[in-house]
Design a protein around this ligand. Structure first.
Ligand code: GDP
Ligand code: IMO
Ligand code: MG
Length: 422
């Protein structure tokens, strides 16, 4: 039987999806990215090497695992080739990389539009990664986007010049710099040739793999809280990082998916603006940030830190159909001495143990209900659940009780091998 295992972020990103995906890819035939672009930063420590992935599925580090960038991903070719260079330096075989004909391309005007749109939002900035992700998905929805396959069509240059001219008019209107049309056209004609060896019909490729009973790991990017439809709109990214994005972003069918692993940390973090009910904007948050090294892999921004929110996680488990959890940074929580789990929200005297529309737009008024735990343990690198101290087990079991899904993977350090499997 073919196996398709999906790894999804359940919070606001940076849960350690890269680490879990590389781990699972060890016995997989294909590692797949389906959504987002280089707003993602997946740090992987694999056999002593630390690599930050933005576009290529991290499972490519496994010698026998092929890698696919699916049709739902938005690709900045400059970033793609920088990443390819890093992998070549690390002796990774790049003939294993396959890129979808249907993936959309990010152009320099998307990056500039990202900045312009944030500027125009005045007090309502999202705090994007400024990588052009939102504007690229906007052009896709507006049907003026250019896909990988479009680069090989006779009309590519004409359409690209049209887009650049139109975008430049808008930049001029708002007093922004305008872009050099000739430079962009010449760069992308070069990228067209450089990308050619990697480009395939990934939908057919994946279906053939399913027919041949292969194992596929889908490496989610971003997370449920950032989902355009199911997250904290408008403080979200411009794609669907939830389970639906895996299907539309790959062409895999619903019945192909065999497991959905939801990834979270033993605490919580968020980068960028937007609600964060369990945020600890205080010394505790600072301590979590330092102990967990919570600085953005893409933008280097300090991440906002706080406690694990079981109410939000229950929602994420449900909307994604999560079959098991991966809980990272249990080692970090062990260094804190004490930790809290948010098990309910109180608003207008009503207690909610599941997410509810009543809180939308009123997140600042919500009083989180916490249970406190002693978390004073040293478990770095532990791989056997039986060796965990009782306090660590109690913490995990409380999470399982609230979410009604088993914690299958437990991260005990940043390295690929620092993992307990239950
Ligand atoms: P992703 O975007 O979901 O892949 O997560 P990031 O890579 O942005 O952030 C997760 C960070 O936590 C990375 O620096 C990982 O190396 C690190 N990490 C992942 N799991 C663990 C863990 O169990 N313990 C510790 N100490 N670090 C971890
Ligand atoms: P990974 O895959 C954390 C956040 C940005 C911002 C919002 C919109 O590493 O978990 P965008 O540039 O996507 O338009 O920004 O989404 N964001 C992430 N935060 N991890 C990510 O990816 C993120 N990708 C986007 O900070 O708040
Ligand atoms: Mg990340």
């Amino acid at each position: 039987m073919a196996k398709v295992e999906v790894v999804l972020g359940l919070n606001y990103g940076d849960e350690g999806k890269g680490k879990i995906s590389t781990f699972l890819a060890q016995d997989s035939d294909i590692a797949l990215r389906c959504t987002g672009g280089n707003n993602a930063g997946h740090t992987v420590e694999f056999n002593g090497t630390k690599i930050v992935f933005h576009l290529i599925p991290s499972g490519i580090l496994n010698k026998d695992t092929e890698a696919v960038i699916g049709n739902g991903v938005v690709i900045d070719p400059k970033v793609l080739f920088e990443e390819i260079e890093i992998l070549k330096e690390n002796k990774v075989d790049l003939t294993k990389l396959h890129i979808s004909t249907r993936a959309h391309l990010i152009f320099p005007y998307h990056v500039l539009e990202d900045k312009l749109h944030e500027y125009l939002k005045e007090d309502d900035k999202v705090g994007t990664t400024a990588r052009g992700i939102g504007p690229c998905y906007m052009d896709k929805a507006d049907r003026i986007g250019l896909r990988v396959i479009d680069m090989y069509s006779d009309s590519f240059e004409k359409k690209l010049r049209r887009n650049i001219k139109n975008k430049n008019k808008v930049f001029e209107l708002f007093g922004f710099e305008t872009l050099d049309e000739e430079q962009i056209v010449s760069d992308y004609l070069k990228y067209r040739d450089m990308m050619k060896p990697y480009v395939i019909d990934t939908v057919s490729y994946l279906h053939k793999a399913i027919d041949e009973n292969k194992k596929i790991i889908c490496e989610g990017a971003q997370a449920t809280g950032l989902d355009m439809d199911l997250g904290d709109y408008p403080m979200v990214t411009s794609s669907n990082p939830t389970i639906g994005g895996i299907q539309t972003g790959s062409g895999l069918g619903a019945k192909d998916i065999t497991s959905v692993y939801g990834v979270c940390k033993a605490y919580a973090s968020r980068v960028g603006e937007g609600p964060f009910i369990t945020e600890q904007n205080n010394e505790t948050g600072d301590l979590i940030r330092e102990l967990g090294h919570e600085y953005g892999a893409t933008t280097k921004r300090p991440r906002r830190c706080g406690w694990m929110d079981l109410v939000a996680l229950k929602y994420a488990v449900k909307v994604n159909g999560v079959t098991a959890l991966a809980l990272n940074h249990l080692d970090t929580i062990g260094k804190l001495g004490n930790a809290k789990l948010c098990v309910g929200y109180k608003l207008d005297g009503i207690v909610y143990d599941e997410s509810n529309d009543a809180i939308i737009g009123r997140e600042n008024e919500v009083e989180p209900i916490y249970e406190e735990f002693e978390t004073n343990f040293e478990i770095k690198g532990e791989i056997d659940y039986n060796n965990l101290p009782e306090n660590a087990k109690k913490y995990i079991e409380r999470i399982e009780k609230h979410l009604s899904v088993p914690v299958k993977f437990i991260g005990t350090g940043p390295d690929n091998d620092d993992m307990i499997i239950r």
